[in-house]
Write a protein that binds this ligand. Structure first.
Ligand code: AMP
Length: 493
């Protein structure tokens, strides 16, 4: 089993249809994309099966052909977040033992001083010379357990680790996506709004499998206006977006573009108020995923219909949940003793199934701590209700323990965001000699501490109220739009 087969089959069925677009413009048909991928693959095979080949670039059309070229060469794709500091990228290249890095011109220039790994500029002269080689034959006998993607985690807990994702893992993710969320065909489109090094790139296989266009915005980044314009031009547009990107779409004040089909949001908390605003603006086009690099895009999900009730939007408890187990995934919540927690009780979320990684690259300690008894321990806390909906609380390390009580920052953030004069909120624990920790809220918005206190006192228990408010112009986020709690905590030190 090799993911290249998805492109192979689509190119056979839809040879002359548009495959890859930069903005509005067609770049390659499916037949051309297949041919280019196999030519690049021929030139990569010399690096040997299992070679790690990194891609460090803003979103660009070449990323699609490079992905399939790497798989056709039975090598391993190592996508690197384009917004990392060159030193961090250098560390990932070293950790992965990369043989080569394909980079955009700007990232390539910054990387040169920090790595000895050969750098090749995407669409540069060396790259173009690969395209003159005779095409390789398509791979036929790849072991499904062979590595396809080394997914470096965002490193919110420290140094980034490489989750080893096999062809089987990504095929299981693909099948679950097609079964649960979106069933595209060759008249539909995947718009790469979010970084292709992460969620948007992971969605290339399901959309290529069905011959849906791959549209890379000309800016190479997420611009809400450009994104909405593309969804008016291309047919039936779907995209993966981080919740913060969805909020930016809503803030444009624009209506639903004619061809917007599905927005998959996830990878970080979507607060109920924000989700309702998005549903009001764009209608029932949303689905939510809960996943992590270790089980890519696929642990639980809230399907399109789950957002609706007969008389309007679904109840807040449903909209505030992360839905139920995805197709082919077992999900459980376990207590400190490792046994399943009763319904309603908070414990660690664990899962198993073909989507779960084989372990962390060259890191047996982290692997042993995370994969135990056949289950992936996510480090996320949550609880099930009696209908199987999972509500995520927080990452276990983000829970604030004050005077012996657990306070889930997300709950406090959710209530703060209900205040009309709060735009963003991030809650963390600050060390405190008396209480162990106290709750501190970082707030973007005009509401005063007195107003926020009054607002919270009407809605949640007194002990959960922040003891301090810190006002910022914007919360610090990584390039995937996740609020960096460790940076908020660092600001308190
Ligand atoms: P990453 O491996 O970088 O994709 O990060 C995965 C983590 O993001 C998960 O372990 C969760 O803590 C968080 N996350 C993913 N999806 C959601 C979601 N739908 N709601 C809230 N947090 C999420």
């Amino acid at each position: 089993m090799n993911l290249f087969a998805l492109l192979d089959q689509t190119a056979a069925r839809h040879a002359d249809r548009g495959a890859v677009y930069r903005g509005e413009k067609l770049v390659h048909t499916w037949a051309q994309l297949r041919e280019r991928a196999l030519r690049i693959a021929a030139s990569l095979r010399g690096l040997g099966p299992g070679a790690r080949i990194a891609v460090a670039s803003e979103n660009r059309p070449e990323i699609v052909e490079v992905m399939f070229a790497i798989w056709a060469a039975e090598a391993v794709l190592v996508p690197v977040n384009a917004k990392l500091h060159p030193r961090e990228t250098g560390q990932i290249l070293a950790d992965a033992g990369a043989s080569l890095v394909f980079a955009s011109p700007s990232i390539g220039a910054d990387l040169a001083p920090v790595t000895t790994v050969p750098i090749e500029i995407l669409d540069g002269p060396q790259y173009r010379s690969r395209l003159t080689a005779p095409a390789a034959t398509a791979p036929r006998n790849t072991d499904p357990a062979a590595l396809a993607w080394l997914f470096y985690t965002s490193g919110t807990t420290g140094r980034s680790k490489g989750a080893m994702l096999s062809h089987r893992n990504l095929m299981a993710m693909t099948v679950a996506h097609l079964a649960d969320f979106d069933s595209p065909d060759s008249h539909l489109t995947l718009v790469h709004g979010a970084p292709m090094s992460h969620g948007s790139g992971l969605y290339v296989p399901p959309y290529v499998a069905r011959g849906a266009r791959q549209v890379v915005p000309a800016s190479g980044a997420f611009d809400p206006t450009e994104f909405l314009d593309l969804c008016a031009i291309h047919p039936g547009c779907s995209a993966f977006l981080a919740p913060t990107m969805v909020a930016r779409l809503v803030r444009t004040g624009r209506d639903r573009p004619a061809n917007l089909h599905t927005i998959v949001y996830g990878g970080g908390p979507m607060y109920v108020d924000g989700l309702k605003a998005a549903l009001a603006a764009f209608g029932p086009v949303f689905v939510q995923l809960y996943g992590q690099g270790e089980a890519p895009m696929t642990i639980t999900g809230l399907r399109r219909a789950d957002h609706l009730a007969t008389d309007g939007w679904a109840a807040d408890a449903v909209l505030g949940s992360v839905g139920y187990a995805r197709s082919g995934v077992d999900v459980a919540v376990v207590g400190a003793d490792g046994r399943p927690a009763p319904v309603g009780e908070v414990g660690e979320i664990v899962c198993r199934g073909d989507v779960v990684m084989a372990g962390y690259w060259n890191n047996p300690e982290a692997t042993a701590a995370t994969l135990r008894d056949g289950w992936l321990h996510t480090g996320d806390l949550g609880s099930f209700d009696d209908t199987g909906y999972l509500t995520l609380r927080d990452r276990s390390k983000d829970v604030v323990i004050s005077g012996g009580s657990n306070i889930y920052p997300r709950e406090v953030e959710e209530v703060l965001l209900e205040h009309p004069d709060v735009v963003e909120a991030g809650v963390v624990g600050a060390p405190d000699p008396e209480w162990g920790e106290t709750v501190v809220a970082f707030v973007v918005g005009r509401a005063s501490p007195g107003e926020l206190d009054a607002h919270l006192l009407e809605r949640i228990a007194r002990f959960k109220r922040p003891k301090r408010y810190v006002y910022l112009d914007e919360l610090p986020k990584n390039s995937y739009g996740k609020v960096l709690k460790r940076e908020l905590r660092a600001r308190l030190r």
